[in-house]
Design a protein around this ligand. Structure first.
Ligand code: EPZ
Length: 435
């Protein structure tokens, strides 16, 4: 039996209030964990979220030989990546975690060989790995593929190379940053991703002995050297997607909600968008307070997802729920992934007026009341959008595939309950209760 959420919706009322605390970023801690393979000693991290993807990454590392110890109360992690003995990724676990591919960089550069399956993860459209294979070839690796299993060898170790990424990719940037640490000579990475999680990894590696220049720009230069030594614990940066999702929830359902322990500077495009939509916001150094809607926007709202610092694809689905509640027309253009509008069909079934023009563009006409429904989250971010939609809707909704939500959000129901949401985690099936 799989966990489900039962949510008793607010029927459009603005009654949530209080403070929500944001946990450490999933997509920041995963590459830090992978980087433990580049260290001479165990590494320690703080503010580590208790989420399924972190557990999967720990299982993968354990399978390679790296023990770990976690303190669940203090949210700390000690990781013995220095004890990794082999470089063949466990196929079953790797297929469940797209981020498993980032292990290929440190493993290949340390062990001169690596093998991994085509990485799995969310169903959000085509997720190619051509940038990885081309980059490793440039660094001197030989690539072979059989039955969706990739084997890469570099008998003399990886060599520094000039790599231009034809598209900005978060995990490819992280992978090659790590691969270059133990490679011989200079690696220049051009058109790299600028996401805060990439910057956080680069700063961490540099603080602990890596020779990296250009952090915060689209060109990173790395001079290869030896294993790294940690000087102080890594403190996981706040999860900007979790913070943004709570902010969107607050914009629809609250007149006073504070999102605490976040970094507003990582959310400027969302803050700008919500302000344009008439939402009243206050920001401090590490919090954002949402104070309801002060005016109805004039004209059509245009949302175009973009690489950081543009509007994040991971907030596109939660924002769409907000747009169904806005008294105007909006157009969403998803530019990063092709299959990321699938959730809209369910929003339509809940009462939203949405016209999906093609696999990447849709028109939303607000404002429409939403009604309860049984939902199956197709991926982690759409799963969260369903939670928001269910909270806005009238009646009790059931959300299945809670596993996807647990992948990236730590016990989200507890934090939602604390601000007034009527949500319960149960073991299914509950659908007979839904009319
Ligand atoms: C990261 O995925 C995140 N995952 C994703 O979050 C996020 O949606 C995405 O970046 C975009 O912000 C992690 O950090 C673990 P990309 P990633 O490579 O790195 C194309 C979540 O739920 N591309 O930056 O896999 C690709 O098709 C996840 O937390 C190639 O063409 O995304 C896309 O169009 C979902 N060839 C574009 O790059 C490649 O070899 C950007 O994707 C690789 C990518």
């Amino acid at each position: 039996m799989k966990d489900q959420f039962l949510i008793n919706g607010l029927g459009g009322k603005r009654v949530l209030s209080g403070t929500v605390s944001i946990r450490g970023s999933k997509n920041a801690i995963l590459p830090i964990m992978a980087s433990s393979i580049l260290f001479e000693h165990p590494i320690s991290a703080e503010n580590v979220p208790h989420i399924e993807d972190v557990s999967r990454m720990l299982e993968l590392l354990e399978d390679l030989g790296a023990k770990n110890s976690q303190d669940s109360v203090k949210r700390t992690l000690l990781l013995f990546g220095n004890e990794v003995k082999k470089s063949f990724l466990n196929v079953e676990i790797a297929k469940r975690l797209r981020a498993s591919i980032i292990l290929s960089g440190p493993l290949l550069s340390r062990f001169k060989k690596v093998s991994f399956p085509y990485p799995g993860g969310c169903v959000i459209g085509k997720r190619p790995i051509d940038l990885f294979l081309q980059g490793f070839k440039k660094m001197g690796a030989k690539v072979s593929e059989k039955d969706d299993q990739f084997s890469l060898v570099a008998p003399n170790g990886l060599s520094g190379a000039e790599i231009f990424f034809k598209v900005q990719s978060v995990t490819a940037t992280e992978t090659f940053l790590m691969a270059a640490i133990l490679a011989s000579g200079k690696t220049v990475l051009r058109n790299v991703a600028l996401e805060p999680e990439v910057e956080s990894l680069a700063l961490f590696l540099k603080e602990n002995g890596a020779h990296i220049e250009g952090i915060g720009t689209t060109t990173l230069t790395v001079i290869g050297g030896g294993l790294l030594t940690q000087k102080k614990p890594y403190i996981t940066i706040p999860d900007r997607i979790e913070a943004g999702s709570f902010l969107i929830l607050g914009a629809i359902t609250s007149n006073d909600l504070t999102i605490a322990h976040c970094n507003p500077n990582h959310l400027l495009s969302l803050i700008e968008t919500l302000s344009e939509c008439g939402v009243k916001l206050e920001t401090g150094e590490d919090f954002i307070r949402v104070r309801g809607v002060k005016k109805i926007p004039e004209g059509q709202i245009q949302i175009r997802t973009h690489e950081y610092p543009g509007f994040p694809t991971d907030l596109q689905a939660p924002l769409a729920v907000f747009l169904t509640q806005l008294e105007t027309e909006s157009v969403i253009f998803e530019t990063i992934f092709e299959g990321r509008l699938g959730y809209m069909e369910d929003l339509k079934q809940m009462g939203a007026h949405i016209t999906v023009w093609d696999s990447q563009r849709a028109l939303i006409k607000g404002k429409t009341p939403l009604k309860n429904r049984e939902l199956y989250g197709p991926d982690i971010r759409a799963g969260l959008a369903y939670i928001i939609a269910a909270i806005v809707a009238k009646g009790t909704s059931v959300i299945n595939n809670v596993y996807y939500i647990d992948r990236g959000y730590e016990r989200i129901e507890e934090r939602l309950s604390s601000i007034g949401v009527n949500i319960t985690r149960t073991v299914g099936p509950q659908s007979k209760n839904i009319k």
